[in-house]
Design a protein around this ligand. Structure first.
Ligand SMILES: Cc1cc2nc3c(=O)[nH]c(=O)nc-3n(C[C@H](O)[C@H](O)[C@H](O)COP(=O)(O)O)c2cc1C
Length: 206
């Protein structure tokens, strides 16, 4: 058990960049033990807090880590970014993605996202709306600036009607508006890792 974990952690440290691995399809009944090659971790990030959380999940599951990227990057300027998201949400726009990763080979799919306007970010809505997650186990996770996940988890559930969507994990990340960028470091990263461990144990994922 310890050896497996150490190997997974080593692999996580070695994968400095995100990568999409083309893996064979594996038929796995829900509820049976999770294997690294059976796990996909998709996340969206701007200031890297959700990425930090995704990496903690990766270190404990050995899954494949993929950062979702909108085809048209969001503005660097924070307020311009917020304004664009408000417009997208008001008009129910779903931006095109540069890398719409195919979840077909995986049975367990983690979906990580920051809270944007108290909602699921539009690029994550895009991805969930265009891929097939039927029959898969979906675990959403989130970082926010102190106001919580908002409607994010409910929207994941609504966009995955034929999946088993398990209770999500939501953790306070940064607060760019106040100049707080990547905050899940040091002690906060260690506390987040404990929360990840408890969350995975609760869902019997090791
Ligand atoms: C466009 C935008 C909208 C945001 N809206 C909210 C919000 O409604 N509530 C909240 O708590 N945080 C909000 N935040 C803050 C992020 O959720 C928080 O900083 C998160 O940790 C960022 O994750 P990241 O570092 O992975 O990008 C917003 C950030 C951005 C860029």
């Amino acid at each position: 058990m310890t050896r497996t974990l150490n190997r997974r952690r080593m692999l996580a440290l070695m994968s400095a960049s995100t990568a999409v691995a083309a893996l064979p399809a594996i038929g796995r009944a829900q509820g049976s033990p999770t294997k690294g090659q059976d796990v996909l971790i998709v996340y969206l990030t701007r200031t890297r807090n959700t990425e930090a959380l995704a990496r903690l999940v990766q270190a404990r599951t050995g899954g494949t880590l993929v950062a979702l990227q909108p085809q048209q990057p969001y503005p660097q300027n924070y307020q311009a970014h917020v304004d664009q998201v408000v417009r997208e949400n008001e008009q129910s726009l779903t931006p095109a993605l540069r890398n719409p990763v195919d979840p077909a080979p995986y049975s367990t799919v983690f979906v990580g996202f920051p809270t944007w306007g108290m909602q699921l970010p539009p690029p994550v809505k895009s991805w969930l709306a265009q891929v097939k997650l039927s029959g898969k186990r979906v675990l959403p996770f989130n970082t926010h600036a102190g106001f919580g996940v908002g409607s994010g988890f409910e929207t994941v559930q609504a966009l995955c009607p034929n999946s088993t969507v398990l209770a999500g994990l939501s953790i306070e990340g940064g607060y760019e508006k106040r100049g707080q960028m990547l905050m899940l470091q040091g002690d906060r990263a260690r506390r987040a890792d404990e929360q990840v461990a408890q969350w995975l144990a609760r869902h019997q994922i090791s």
